[in-house]
Design a protein around this ligand. Structure first.
Ligand SMILES: [Zn+2]
Ligand SMILES: [Zn+2]
Length: 446
């Protein structure tokens, strides 16, 4: 259509998504010629452990790169030794670049974020200090990504560039959350951030508060369709429009999140591994009762979506990972919680942010699946904040309320976060409460 090759498509996509910067290092390497990105593979199907087992990419270990660069030999050699068939190495745009530099400068040599993306995809983030092949190979042996002191993120996958892009997105999200979470003081740790860190935080805040230059993209302002939707075409269009708008507004990263809509005994839901802003043709229909064979093609959060539409008055569900919601959800002051350390799976303490319940649970189903905790919270206020993970919001007939709630929640969480920072809230070790939990607000009014 536009005559772009697959590499150019990926570059364009990364830059448009704000994950890479034009004119900066942006290297895409593949052991086999990449195909035009359209239907992505299933990067979420193998959440952990891809790093271990070697397999031979390209017969002689060669790699095709999107451009010539002095780094590609090192990257190619490391990939060959590790059996990785896809690499994305790039310097992200601000503020991510400065955040990576700041975190990578810590003496430990490993960054340990606590969010969902890290738990599922990364474990932790080793710092590649020397720029050398040996060190890179060692650090990537049991990990899918590393970061470098100059701000570069190197993400790898066994085969697919799409998967490397998801890993890269996970890193850029994880470092953002980690950077801001670390700024909040904790008991016994009154240390104020050093000058550089504080200055960087202030700079990022002013960037976040500043309205973007120029007109917003049309996807960010197009009104969402008005429901209820009766036809399959209308449902698919509404889901796709909601995904595009949520990403275009800058609320979430397109690599994570899912959307569903109930029609009678069917659930329309985003397909597994689909980017949130590219859902045309990426929506599957599963029976509401489930489980069913077609479940395999649906988002991993299908169990939660199913239960929300079955157990609440809502039929439109939006799930995404807005960063400040995630940051505040991780800032738990229940220091004596008996589940401390495991609170992302099950936490007996009740917490609220902006009037909405913070719940725990693992992605997908299972004994600690978030499908258990999310529906009651959604029934109560229209939204649930999942500890360290993201937000589920819902609407009765269409996605307008779900979108509005997610947007309001992220705006509120950002404001509450900076209030906490200014107030040095929590440095005294208050057992619970704080500004984030003290402001019950209007529940969803679908
Ligand atoms: Zn999620
Ligand atoms: Zn807890």
């Amino acid at each position: 259509m536009d005559g772009l090759g697959p590499f150019e498509r990926y570059e364009e996509k990364l830059i448009r998504a704000g994950l890479a910067a034009a004119g900066e290092t942006l290297l895409l390497g593949a052991a086999t010629p990449p195909v035009v990105p359209s239907a992505p593979p299933h990067p979420r199907q193998s959440p952990a452990g891809e790093g271990g087992a070697p397999s031979a990419p390209g017969e002689r270990g060669g790699m095709i790169w999107n451009r010539a660069d002095s780094l590609t030999t090192t990257l190619t050699n490391a990939a060959r030794r590790l059996g990785r068939g896809a690499i994305l190495a790039a310097i992200p745009p601000e503020p991510c670049r400065s955040i990576v530099r700041c975190l990578a400068a810590a003496p430990e040599g490993v960054i340990r974020p606590q969010d969902f993306e890290t738990r599922v995809f990364l474990t932790d983030l080793p710092v590649w200090k020397t720029g050398g092949e040996e060190e890179l190979t060692t650090r990537l042996e049991r990990r899918r990504a590393v970061v470098a002191a100059d701000g570069m993120i190197v993400a790898t996958a066994k085969r697919e560039l799409e998967t490397a892009i998801v890993i890269y997105s996970a890193v850029s999200f994880a470092v953002f959350v980690k950077f801001f979470l670390d700024l909040l003081p904790r008991p016994g740790q009154r240390r104020a951030p050093d000058e550089t860190t504080a200055a960087l935080a202030a700079k990022i805040r002013s960037q976040l508060d500043r309205p973007p230059r120029g007109d917003p993209p049309p996807e960010a302002t197009t009104p969402l369709p008005v429901g209820p939707f009766a036809t399959e075409t209308a449902i698919r269009a509404a889901i796709a429009a909601t995904g595009r708008r949520t990403v275009a507004t800058g609320l979430v990263n397109s690599s994570f999140g899912n959307i569903s809509y109930r029609r009678n005994d069917e659930l329309f839901i985003t397909g597994r591994g689909r980017a949130l802003d590219d859902l045309e043709g990426g929506i599957v229909v599963v029976p509401l009762g489930g489980p069913a064979p077609r479940d395999a093609g649906a988002s991993t959060e299908l169990p939660a979506h199913r239960r929300i539409v079955l157990e609440t008055p809502y039929r439109a569900v939006l799930h995404g990972h807005p960063p400040f919601c995630v940051i505040l959800s991780l800032d738990c002051r229940e220091y004596d919680c008996p589940a401390r350390g495991d609170c992302h799976r099950f936490c007996p303490r009740e917490r609220r942010i902006a009037g909405h319940a913070v719940v725990s649970g693992e992605a997908g189903g299972g004994p600690h699946g978030l499908d258990r905790a999310v529906p009651p919270a959604v029934r109560e206020t229209g939204a649930a904040i999942v500890h360290g993970h993201g937000v589920f919001t819902a609407g009765r007939e269409d996605f307008r309320d779900a979108f509005r709630l997610l947007e309001e929640l992220e705006t509120t969480c950002r404001r509450l976060f900076f209030e906490k920072l200014l107030n040095n809230d929590g440095a005294s070790g208050a057992p619970s409460g704080g500004s984030a939990t003290s402001q019950p607000r209007e529940a969803a009014t679908p």
